[in-house]
Write a protein that binds this ligand. Structure first.
Ligand SMILES: Nc1nc2c(ncn2[C@@H]2O[C@H](COP(=O)(O)OP(=O)(O)O)[C@@H](O)[C@H]2O)c(=O)[nH]1
Ligand SMILES: [Mg+2]
Length: 398
């Protein structure tokens, strides 16, 4: 990761992530527009990277429910994968992420039915398509799961074992009220691992698709974050539903990393100012970034609708918690007003950015715009973060 140093703006957290990389890009280019073209290419790479998650396991294990949960969709939603049905398909079923078309979740039929023997399974299910596999069971893992894991390993892909429906186990245990939650979890973990010894005791993540914030789901995401390549990791974090303050924090951190890249992509342009607007920048890039944050924070109409069905609270109530200027969406109108806000062009970060830009001759012209866009995006995101926290509070997910 890029670290702040005397030559660069002194930002302590991840917001300087791409800064050194960007500066080096401009230093190696003879013109500002050549540097900006590379920066925009990098932005595109991050924005349009594909992520394909395959969910597999026996019929009834909870695959379709998991597919819905990680898309933030309740089982009763019209876009939901059908659940509680006996599998009839022999081919993978594709589910697009509701707000990120480049993220796809695949519901794969189990390996264990007679039609899907291990030998032909990898070919039939087009294993090369997927970046990561989630192998789900609601009981203990079986021989078939091990065969599947071995087949995935052969393809050098990532896989994770998930034991689903933990909420059911907890409920059953409560009825008998003998053991603590920690004891029950330890017991299930031990029992699952006992059956996976052949694979060298891989970690098993215990979870409930109805309570992503509980048990091991957050840890599964942390693990995926570490093991996925950077571009894919960013797509994953962006696409997850906002089910807790922790995931919101993770999203903020991710978007903060993107701010300098976006600011340079939008601000380092040689353009004439638009009438009535002081700031010279590429508005489409600014609009696109803020819209992405808005969706990823679950503040757009569709996300609020999905949350509303999930927690059984009217959208109106969720929306009433939102106080920012983006309450009714991110559109050119809101953006124009935001850009016209006094103080945007005399951003606090201008001073430090300009100091650094003096050393990069090609950039002096764009310096003020870059810093102003940076300020704008940071401020816009902070406002949306407050809205997202308020929605989480109303949804009782904090
Ligand atoms: N309590 C509970 N039930 C679940 C969970 N996941 C799935 N189910 C239920 O288990 C049944 C089978 O789930 P489904 O997703 O259709 O399994 P699939 O056949 O593997 O796709 C459905 O009735 C789901 O509601 C969970 O995490 N907790
Ligand atoms: Mg299913």
């Amino acid at each position: 990761m890029a670290r702040a140093s005397n030559n660069y703006v002194n930002v302590e957290d991840d917001s300087d992530y791409y800064f050194r990389e960007i500066v080096d890009i401009y230093r190696s280019c003879s013109t500002m527009s050549a540097g900006t073209a590379i920066v925009r290419g990098r932005l595109d790479q991050l924005n349009y990277v594909t992520l394909n998650i395959a969910v597999t396991g026996m019929s009834g294990a909870g695959k379709s429910t998991f597919v819905n949960a990680i898309r933030g969709i309740p089982n009763s939603h019209p876009l939901a994968a059908p659940t509680g049905v006996t599998e009839t398909t022999t081919t993978p079923v594709k589910y697009n992420h509701p707000s990120m078309p480049n993220v796809t979740i695949w519901d794969l039929p189990g390996i264990g039915t007679t039609k899907h023997q291990a030998k032909t399974y990898t070919k039939q299910q087009k294993f090369e398509t997927y970046d990561v596999f989630i192998i789900i069971t609601s009981e203990r893992f079986k021989e078939n799961d091990i065969l599947l894991a071995k087949a995935i390993l052969k393809q050098k892909k990532l896989y994770y074992f998930v034991r689903s429906k933990i909420d059911n186990d907890m409920y059953a245990e409560q009825q008998m009220s003998r053991r603590s939650e920690a004891q029950v979890l330890a017991n299930i973990r031990w029992d699952c691992q006992k059956h996976l010894r052949d694979l060298g005791n891989p970690k098993v993540f215990l979870m409930s698709s109805f309570h992503l914030e509980k048990y091991d789901f957050p840890e599964l995401i942390e693990t995926l974050k570490e093991e996925l390549p950077e571009n894919k990791r960013l797509a994953l974090i962006q696409s997850l539903p906002v089910y807790s303050t922790e995931i919101l924090r993770m999203k903020c951190k991710h978007f903060r990393k993107m701010i300098w890249l976006t600011a340079f992509g939008a601000g380092a342009v040689a353009m004439a100012p638009l009438p009535g607007l002081a700031l010279v920048c590429d508005y489409a890039i600014v609009l696109s970034f803020l819209s992405k944050v808005h969706k990823a924070f679950g503040l757009d109409e569709e996300s609020l609708q999905r949350l509303s069905v999930r927690i059984n609270k009217p959208v109106r109530e969720l929306r009433s918690a939102m106080k920012s200027r983006f309450r009714d969406g991110v559109n050119p109108d809101v953006l124009s007003k935001f850009l016209a806000t006094p103080g945007v062009t005399v951003a606090a970060s201008v001073q430090s950015t300009m100091t650094f830009l003096v050393g990069v001759g090609t950039l002096v012209a764009g310096g003020v715009s870059i810093a102003a866009v940076h300020h704008l995006l940071t401020k816009g995101m902070a406002e949306m973060e407050d809205d997202a926290k308020a929605v989480l509070t109303v949804a009782q997910l904090t």
